[in-house]
Structures are given as structure tokens and as C-alpha cells.
Design a protein around this ligand. Structure first.
Ligand SMILES: O=C(O)COP(=O)(O)O
Ligand SMILES: [Mg+2]
Length: 235
């Protein structure tokens, strides 16, 4: 009787890792809060606190600003909201990193993964200009083969479009890719793009229990990624 090949031997080897940004690589909530509060001060509105801002992150800047406005006196009309979003971006892009930091283990782990020959990419819903500046300020811009932001394609995560766009730029197929994120949009986008594995970080800005999401594993800390990848390739 012929034996069936095991699951692993049917899988393409992992050649790339695509990372989410906010809540995965970078704890960026404090700068988003400061930029929100600078805007709110100009509008004569009360400030928002860190837990509120954490819960507003993940759908891009326009949604963040809408949620900030809705929580502090109400959402104005579409044109005024768009003007406030532009003002928020001007404030945020001028310095997106003063109060932000890489999560523990991020710099070392990215170095180890590139040294192991893996291509690394970023797929975030944050607009590109702020993303580029944040990655540069935190000293990790040169680790990535490609970066895509919330304004790089017509749709954002949870759409698979930016994930597939990132992989095209990296010349990598979804089945050769692991996606590492922190929220429900990352899992949905990566699943819809057909990546081989989806891992989520416990410490990020998820708005639903991680256990309820169709991921392939929860990482308690960023440094656990190298072990998770070698365990998967060994089994
Ligand atoms: O919502 C944002 O602006 C950024 O979020 P992300 O990096 O987690 O995709
Ligand atoms: Mg995130």
C-alpha cells in the first residue's frame, strides 16, 4: 500500500514573513494619542486616553479620527471630518515616533530572520508617509524588502489586496509566506490572501478575543516567532 505524503512535505517552504505594524512591531498608540489630543485641543474638545486610542487603532487614520471625534462630542459632517483627518495626519506625520517603541525582541528577531535568508515585508493600514518615517526613526526600515500602507491600494486590510500587493512586490507566493499580526483584520486579510500560516501577537491592539480568530498560533512575545517557525518546519 502506498503511504500518503505527510502535510509538511506537501507545503512550500517558507521564504517570507509579512508583518503588520501597529501592535505587532511597534507600540505606536501613545503617538496616535498625542496627535489626537493636539487636534482635539485645536477644536476645543476634551482629550482621549490611551485605552480608548488603542481600541480605535487598526482601520487606518480616517477611521481613527472618526472614532476620536465621535468619542469627544460627536462626528461632524463628511467635509469637516475629512479636514480634521488631514490636520491629524499633518500633526502625526511630523513626528510619529517620539513616544513609540519597538516591542521587546523585535530588532534582534528581524535581524535573525533576515540572516536566515527570509524576505521580510510590512503590510499596515497606516498611511505610507507616516509608516516610512516611523520605520526609519526606529531603525528598522532597511530590514524590509517591501512595505505597503493603508493608502497603497484601493482597499485596506481586512481586504487581501494589500497582502497580495506586498507579496507581488517581494516576488513571493502566498503559500511561501507567514503573516504575523495583532488583530482580526490581519487574520482575515492573510487568510483571504491564502498565506501558509497566520500568527498573532498577544500584546497588540486586537478588539476581539484572539482565541476566537482562525489563526495558526498565538505568540506571547515577539521573540517566540523564531521558535514557532522552526517548530513548524520540523514537524
Ligand atoms: O490602523 C492603522 O492605522 C494601523 O494599523 P496596523 O499597522 O495594525 O494595520
Ligand atoms: Mg496592528
Amino acid at each position: 500500500m502506498t503511504s500518503l505524503p505527510n502535510r509538511t512535505s506537501l507545503r512550500a517552504p517558507v521564504r517570507a514573513i509579512a508583518f503588520d505594524l501597529d501592535g505587532t512591531l511597534v507600540d505606536s498608540a501613545a503617538d496616535l494619542m498625542h496627535a489626537s489630543n493636539a487636534l482635539l485641543a485645536e477644536l476645543g474638545r476634551p482629550p482621549v486616553d490611551l485605552p480608548a486610542v488603542r481600541s480605535f487603532i487598526g482601520d487606518g487614520v480616517a477611521k481613527l479620527v472618526e472614532r476620536v471625534l465621535a468619542a469627544t462630542g460627536g462626528l461632524p459632517g463628511a467635509e469637516e471630518t475629512a479636514a480634521h483627518t488631514r490636520r491629524f495626519l499633518a500633526i502625526y506625520e511630523a513626528d510619529p515616533s517620539a513616544h513609540s517603541a519597538l516591542y521587546p525582541g523585535v530588532a534582534e528577531t528581524l535581524t535573525a530572520l533576515s540572516a536566515a535568508g527570509l524576505k521580510l515585508g510590512v503590510c499596515t493600514n497606516k498611511p505610507m508617509a507616516a509608516t516610512r518615517r516611523l520605520l526609519a526613526d526606529l531603525g528598522i526600515a532597511d530590514r524590509f524588502t517591501a512595505v505597503v500602507g493603508g493608502d497603497s491600494f484601493p482597499t485596506r486590510k481586512p481586504s487581501p489586496e494589500p497582502v497580495l500587493g506586498l507579496l507581488a512586490l517581494m516576488d513571493i507566493r502566498p503559500e511561501e509566506t507567514v503573516f504575523v499580526g495583532d488583530n482580526e483584520h490581519d487574520v482575515a486579510a492573510a487568510r483571504a490572501a491564502g498565506v501558509a500560516r497566520v500568527l498573532v501577537l498577544r500584546y497588540g491592539y486586537a478588539r476581539v478575543p484572539l482565541e476566537s480568530l482562525p489563526h495558526d498560533g498565538i505568540l506571547e512575545r515577539f521573540g517566540a516567532l523564531t521558535g514557532a517557525l522552526s517548530a513548524a518546519s520540523a514537524c
